[in-house]
Design a protein around this ligand. Structure first.
Ligand code: ATP
Length: 236
């Protein structure tokens, strides 16, 4: 089954078309990478999929139903969550308060507590720092928190925007291990990354975006071997 089906998606900021008509499919339990240069339209695409910017045109179907233009709070309730670029945790709230906010759309108290423990199991560092304010965490810990917060909504589809951004290699490795674990537990993933190699190595399939359009798509292993991709995005 297709978890996500996107047809002819266009997204504009005023007069400027940032996403110019893209098609995209994400199947159940797949890991899909969206790569491309700065400004290619990757973040804008994720924001539109997460209901944070209304599309100018096109259709988005989630779990077989049209959701084009649905606001993010409704999509979160239906299991579609975004981990935004730059983390965007609430710096003055504690780690645990940030995580609890991730469950705002839910009313199943005991299960929320279980999920908190699950997040602490994935990220023991967050458990150690549960009473600390999020603003005092390192960049990597804030990324863990942003992912943990999204997991608290029990997503079926998780959109991740640049989880490796600005992090030291060891921390990136740790974050990606957890992303893999989340995928093994059955969550479907759509991942935007500047680090194309890392993203494609993790993924089943990939899409390459350039200037608001998808210019290449295919199995991740094929893209990793594609001379054009190697030259433009893998630094070879
Ligand atoms: P990055 O890796 O830098 O986030 P990206 O591929 O995610 O790049 P977007 O951030 O989606 O690209 O940007 C796509 C285009 O839309 C760019 O030309 C950018 O300048 C423009 N853009 C992004 N956000 C806005 C905004 N809030 N208002 C106007 N234009 C914007």
């Amino acid at each position: 089954m297709n978890v996500l089906e996107v047809r002819g998606l266009k997204v504009a900021y005023g007069q400027i078309l940032a996403v110019k008509g893209i098609d995209l499919i994400v199947r159940e339990r797949e890991r899909v990478a969206l790569i491309g240069a700065n400004g290619a339209g990757k973040t804008t695409t994720l924001k539109a999929l997460a209901g944070m910017i209304p599309p100018a045109s096109g259709e988005i179907r989630y779990l077989g139903k049209p959701v084009t233009g649905k606001p993010s709070f409704e999509l979160v309730r239906e299991g579609l969550a975004l981990v935004p670029e730059g983390r965007q945790v609430f710096g003055k709230l504690t780690v645990e308060e940030n995580l609890e906010l991730g469950a705002y759309a839910r009313s199943d108290g005991p299960a929320i507590h279980q999920d908190l423990e699950r997040v602490y199991g994935l990220f023991p560092r967050l458990k150690e720092r549960r009473r600390q304010t999020a603003g005092t965490l390192s960049g990597g810990e804030q990324q863990m928190l942003a992912i943990g917060r999204a997991l608290m909504s029990r997503p079926k589809l998780l959109l991740l925007d640049e989880p490796s951004m600005g992090l030291a290699p060891l921390m990136v490795q740790r974050i990606f291990e957890v992303v893999r674990e989340i995928s093994r537990e059955g969550v479907t993933l759509l991942l935007v990354e500047q680090n194309a190699r890392l993203a494609l190595e993790l993924s089943d399939r990939g899409y390459v975006m350039e200037s608001g359009l998808v210019t290449l798509a295919g199995p991740a292993a094929e893209l990793l071997g594609n001379p054009q991709v190697r030259h433009a995005y893998l630094g070879e």
